[in-house]
Design a protein around this ligand. Structure first.
Ligand SMILES: *Cc1c(COP(=O)(O)O)cnc(C)c1O
Length: 398
């Protein structure tokens, strides 16, 4: 008799998420299979994580080798995969120094600690960080205050002090919120969880100029936009604006949990005792990330993501033209895309697409997000759009 996985989950888990009724057992490339052997095209990629596809051979081999060599050491000692990854990240980015963490939220926490230290040293103890509405920076007590979204904040009062949320893509709002206690501005270059919001031309450049003029650090949360997702290795490269601090996680280990924050030499203010992590920079995680970063660069995966993003966008726009009443917008960059509907149908559409064998994320009640592995082919993109169209037909028929 088949195991009732849903009953097990209901019995044992804290109920913090309403899952899709699909039990995934294994993956390969852009595909995953459930416990009944049904195949799905995975346009969620473990939440924008499996950028090279599930079980990528280069990453699997690195994990296999490292698992048989050394899993964990304390950061009292040097370890090899960590040094190699640090070199790969610094040499491929505009940043000069790195600290390894275990998740996106933790990377952002570290970035905020660095910003406060910089504020202490350079701006008379300034400690406040300006962040944007509809942002997403993680779920820790600190990061729910940074995340400008009542949905993530309202149950956790009192919110941690030291964060001011202002409208995204609004330079004047940042200028107005800046005072002598401000130490940094932190944004995603494209908001992911907030519904895939691309800022207008000049916003990020304007933030750079404002931060330079005011002596503030500019922090880009590249947790979702980095590692090729926007069609450039680092999200900020798509806009030609360099941050002082960059945070990474999601795609960095292609599925092995790891986060990092990097800074320019000019913002390199942390000293011994200021920060640390038991698992941060763990040999297993850094070996996986090292393989992921090097493969991504050597095979120019970001260029492929850019081409596939353009192709998928074109196909989605053709779909929109066939369903002008239901689909009102297709937006995003690279392979971080969203389809906006005129109605709140995304939960029903995602359920219908599950049946068709396509996994999607209902990023908003009236929008779906497409965050496939970056290695998808045109045939995969065609298949996804066909499945969305069949799912949409079912939903519109009610
Ligand atoms: C997912 C995400 C985070 C949080 O990462 P976790 O690893 O879940 O803590 C932070 N910032 C952005 C932009 C994200 O997309």
């Amino acid at each position: 008799m088949a195991t009732d996985w849903k009953a097990k989950e209901a019995r044992y888990y804290m109920h913090v998420v309403n899952r899709q009724p699909v039990v995934i057992e294994r993956g390969d490339g852009a595909r995953v299979w459930d416990v009944d052997g049904k195949e799905y095209l995975d346009f969620t990629a473990g939440w924008a994580v499996a950028n090279l596809g599930h079980n990528h051979p280069a990453v699997t081999e690195a994990i296999r080798r490292q698992a048989a060599t050394l899993l964990q050491m304390s950061n009292q000692f040097y370890t090899l995969p960590q040094l190699e990854l640090a070199e790969a990240l610094v040499e491929s980015s505009a940043l000069d120094r790195v600290f390894f963490a275990n998740s996106g939220a933790e990377a952002n926490e570290g970035a905020v600690k660095l910003a406060r230290k910089a504020g202490k040293l350079g701006r008379n103890g300034a400690s406040e960080v300006i962040t944007a509405f509809n942002s997403f920076h993680g779920r820790t007590i600190g990061m729910v205050a940074a995340t400008g979204n009542p949905h993530y904040q309202e149950r956790w009062h009192p919110l941690a002090p030291g964060f001011v949320n202002v409208p995204f893509d609004d330079l004047d709002a940042v200028r107005a919120a800046t005072n002598e206690n401000t130490c940094a501005v932190m944004v995603e270059v494209v908001q992911g969880e907030g519904g895939v919001n691309v800022p207008t031309e000049g916003y990020l450049k304007g933030l750079r100029e404002w931060c330079d003029a005011q002596g503030l650090l500019l922090i880009f949360d590249d947790v979702q936009c980095g590692m090729g997702r926007l069609g450039t290795l680092w999200g900020y490269e798509a806009f030609g604006v360099e941050p002082d601090v960059l945070t990474l996680a999601k795609g960095l280990g292609n599925g092995v949990p790891i986060g990092a924050f990097l800074c320019k030499e000019s913002a390199n203010v942390l000293e011994p005792g200021d920060h640390g992590s038991t698992f941060g920079g763990n040999p297993l995680a850094t070996a996986a990330a090292n393989a992921t970063v090097r493969y991504t660069i050597e095979h120019d995966v970001p260029a492929h993501a850019k081409a596939m993003g353009a192709y998928l966008t074109e196909r989605l726009n053709a779909l929109r033209e066939r369903h002008p009443g239901a689909i009102i917008d297709v937006r995003g960059m690279g392979l971080l895309l969203a389809v906006q509907f005129s109605d709140t149908l995304s939960a029903r559409l995602v359920a219908a697409c599950n049946e068709e064998g396509l996994l999607l994320n209902p990023v908003r009640p009236d929008a779906i997000r497409l965050i496939p592995p970056l290695i998808i082919t045109e045939a995969d993109a065609d298949e996804a759009v066909e499945k969305i169209e069949r799912g949409l037909a079912k939903v519109l028929q009610g």
